[in-house]
Design a protein around this ligand. Structure first.
Ligand SMILES: [Zn+2]
Length: 64
């Protein structure tokens, strides 16, 4: 299954906070660190956070 939500962040982001977006999928706020790459997955809700450069070939319309 590859239906997870991808959240784009800026290239110079080191840490992102995720609370699941609220609602039924919400969870306690956690901070995720991009230790070893341009993407990191939330271990609560499986959302994927990706730096803009990692998504460049696709140029997603899902920017917020
Ligand atoms: Zn999450």
């Amino acid at each position: 299954m590859d239906s997870r939500e991808i959240v784009q962040v800026e290239d110079d982001t080191d840490t992102v906070g995720c609370d699941g977006g609220g609602g039924a999928l919400g969870h306690p706020l956690v901070y995720l660190t991009f230790d070893d790459g341009d993407v990191v997955d939330c271990y609560y809700c499986s959302r994927r956070f990706a730096k803009a450069r990692a998504l460049k070939p696709k140029n997603p319309a899902e920017t917020q």
